[in-house]
Design a protein around this ligand. Structure first.
Ligand code: HEM
Length: 402
């Protein structure tokens, strides 16, 4: 962490790593929606933040004005040379049209309902095992001992990586998405082991092909040609990053909510058929993912003088709390009937892993509340939240009551 001056006004000097934003961003976004359509900051070399659903939606759908070449805000800007088009760092999330569609179509089948639903028994067995591991404990850190360990095990298996590497995954994801405050050179340095690890895995799969996503990518073709090795590498890194912290955060935030709302917990325990609807409300209310874009060239947009290479942060979680679109937007309604939330994004980059995310979230919650039908926060002040573009509780001690 670097020492940064505190934010005095989020409308003109926002910082999504400011402790106030990290701990409880919702009042800040509500205030921004009322005061200015788009907040600005000179931090990170210049960045914008639309807090309304309309603003987020407009930017997310406008691939002419904004590029996805870089989607995680940092102090530097990747140049065309660093990330040669059209592949970029992590296709398809860092690809723009027309290559985006090709890169996306390639991996869509792996995340379709049929292959994903087939994972349910093993996800359930994993959750049961994790709960068995803490059996008898009166206080369970539901983020560290439970939510954190579910997604990496699933992704590791999908990619066909060794079982003992699950912890390594979590550390690598931290480097990519959370350590954004480090100077650019340090970030690049931290990325070296990630690159080495993936290169080793790719080589190992080339030597011993098998039925997994890594082999699938190595065999995939575009226009009759095998994928460039950077493409295979980038997509693997993306799946790792996109599939781990995100779902960990969603499971953690949902348990954090239930720990403080015994009525909602009791309803889920007594009315299990409510789970699918409840999951959509968890995703709306505690949407964990915010993605960035870069402005392609100087432009007047949403009334703002945006400059080439300014960042624009797409607050899907803020859009989900916009009262213009959602009735009682600031209320968690466990059986909310109409819920067109944007937790999985909008436009061409909409989440590919939503089937898997929903499955993991549902199974993780079902198993947890079946084992522990009553729990509460052990100590509110001990709860900590991740900083950066993926938000969820990282320390979540729960007192088990039944
Ligand atoms: C609750 C969990 C999750 C949430 C809230 C979430 C959210 C998002 C969002 C908002 C985007 C759009 C990014 C953008 O516009 O730049 C996205 C894209 C993506 N997500 Fe997820 N995600 C989750 C879980 C997953 C999982 C489990 C996977 C796969 C293992 C995954 C894979 C992807 C991929 C590959 C993209 C890029 C799609 C493209 O660029 O066309 N996500 N996700």
């Amino acid at each position: 962490m670097t020492d940064k001056p505190p934010v005095l006004d989020f409308a003109t000097d926002w910082d999504h790593t400011d402790p106030e934003w990290v701990t409880d961003p919702y009042p800040i976004w509500e205030d921004l929606r009322q005061r200015c359509p788009v907040a600005h900051t000179d931090r990170y070399g210049g960045a914008w933040f639309p807090a309304s659903h309309a603003g987020v939606s407009m930017v997310a759908k406008d691939t002419d004005t904004f590029t996805s070449r870089a989607v995680v805000m940092g102090n530097g800007r990747p140049t065309e040379e660093d990330l040669p088009a059209p592949i970029g760092l992590a296709p398809p999330i860092t690809s723009d049209p027309p290559f985006h569609q090709i890169a996306r179509k390639l991996i869509l089948p792996a995340f379709a309902p049929r292959p994903i639903n087939a994972l349910e028994p093993q996800i359930r067995a994993l959750c049961t095992q994790l709960l068995d591991d803490v059996v008898g404990e009166k206080i369970v850190n539901a983020s560290q001992s439970y939510a954190r360990l579910i997604p990496p095990a699933v992704i590791r298996q999908m990619l066909g990586f060794p079982e003992e590497d699950t912890e390594k995954f979590i550390e690598m994801v931290h480097v990519i998405v959370e350590a954004i405050d480090l100077p650019e050179e340090e970030r690049i340095e931290q990325f070296v082991p990630v690159e080495e690890y993936f290169t080793r895995q790719i080589e190992e799969h080339q030597a011993n092909p098998r039925d997994d996503l890594t082999t699938f990518l190595l065999n995939a073709e575009i226009g009759g040609e095998k994928l460039a090795v950077e493409h295979v590498f980038g997509t693997m890194v993306l799946i790792l990053v996109a599939g781990i912290d995100t779902t960990w955060s969603a499971v953690g935030a949902s348990l954090w909510h239930l720990a403080q709302h015994p009525d909602d917990l009791a309803r889920l325990v007594n009315e299990p058929e409510l789970m699918n609807v409840a999951i959509e409300e968890f995703l709306r209310f505690y949407a964990p993912v915010t993605m960035a874009r870069l402005v392609k060239q100087d432009v007047e947009y949403l009334g703002c003088p945006m400059k080439e290479y300014d960042w624009i942060l797409l607050g899907f979680p803020a859009a989900n709390r916009d009262p213009v679109v959602f009735k009682d937007a600031d209320k968690f309604i466990i059986d909310r009937a109409e819920n067109r939330h944007v937790a999985f994004g909008l436009g061409i980059h909409r989440c590919i892993g939503s089937n898997l995310a929903r499955l993991e979230l549902r199974v993780a919650l079902e198993e947890f509340i079946q084992r522990y039908p009553k729990f509460e926060l052990a100590n509110k002040d001990d709860v900590t939240w991740s900083q950066g573009q993926i938000r969820g509780p990282r320390n979540l001690p729960l007192r088990i009551l039944a």
